[in-house]
Design a protein around this ligand. Structure first.
Ligand code: KIV
Length: 302
């Protein structure tokens, strides 16, 4: 019988959607009609909304929280404690998807031992089922160290946002044949191979030409999950706030905004403000009037 994750109240969710595990994600390699669907979440409410569709395979507690939740211009300031906190919030809302926690800048680069401690914390205290970390060849030993103690790792190569300062911003990688500020196509390819060789169960390909992503996808035996990497990956990931249009001024080319929720939020807030000021809200329908019990309790107090 398939495992059922329990919601906080102990009841399993109603949808028949299966519980995703690392082996079930691995099995989706090359299944063009069953592409992996991944999204980010940082809190309970969004995690529950995404998960209750039954359509999301992987929920990533991304260090993109630095931008979309905390308002930083990049992910560099995000700490392990913050990712751990947001992972705990997300896990409480998820019954089906695989929850992956992102390892923030400087939580894994110092040494494989440091990475091991911190990845362990994200599983033990955060409740994540796997971690994601950025980097290819340079992270081979680190990924292998985590995998050796059964911490599943998702790799991340190409445009690695934690390399913001080296890249001079969030810049597409793998376009040139020689390394300058950006990683060359061959280097991105080698990075992806290294991640697979170290034992990762999947790899995010971010911000690279579609042809390169296609070449990597057919060379690897683990699923590739693309973001700004074309249509030939084994799956796709987006930052949920981007697909919902929650930040109306942020619209990079690779993002498709499925809704304009930012506009919706502002419209709702304007309506609320206007009804509060006009006295239309709260109406009788939204008010609680004192029943006998309340009156009695109030009377006793006075
Ligand atoms: O931090 C994040 O959200 C990510 C995804 C966009 C891949 O790394």
């Amino acid at each position: 019988m398939a495992d059922k994750k329990k919601s906080p109240k102990g009841d399993s969710r109603s949808s028949n959607s299966p519980v995703r595990t690392v082996p079930s994600i691995l099995k989706r390699k090359g299944q063009k009609s069953q592409k992996l669907v991944a999204l980010t979440a940082y809190d309970f409410t969004f995690a529950q909304l995404l998960d209750s569709t039954g359509e999301v395979d992987v929920i990533l507690v991304g260090d993109s929280l630095g931008s979309v939740v905390q308002g930083h211009k990049n992910t560099i300031p995000v700490t392990l404690e913050e990712v751990c906190y947001h992972t705990r919030c997300v896990v409480r809302g998820v019954a089906h998807a695989l929850v992956v926690a992102d390892m923030p800048f400087m939580s894994f680069q110092v040494s494989p031992e440091q990475a091991l401690q911190n990845a362990g914390t994200l599983l033990k205290n955060g409740g994540a089922q796997a971690v994601k970390l950025e980097g290819g060849r340079s992270m081979h030993e680190t990924i292998a160290r985590l995998v050796a103690v059964d911490i599943p790792v998702m790799g991340h190569v190409g445009l690695t946002p934690q390399s913001y300062n080296r890249m001079g911003g969030h810049k597409i990688q793998g376009r040139s044949t020689t390394r300058r500020a950006q990683t060359s196509a061959d280097e991105v390819f080698e990075d992806a191979l290294a991640v697979e060789d170290a034992g990762a169960f999947a790899v995010v390909l971010e911000g690279i030409p579609a042809e390169l992503a296609a070449r990597i996808t057919s060379a690897l035996s683990i699923p590739t999950i693309g973001i700004g990497a074309g249509n030939d990956c084994d799956g796709q990931i987006l930052v949920t706030h981007d697909l919902l249009g929650l930040q109306p001024d942020f619209s990079p080319k690779f993002v498709k905004r499925y809704r304009e929720m930012g506009e919706e939020v502002m419209t709702a807030v304007r309506e609320y403000a206007s009804e509060v000021r006009s006295g239309e809200f709260p109406s009788r329908d939204h008010a609680v009037y004192e029943g006998p019990d309340v009156s009695i309790r109030l009377a006793r107090k006075s």
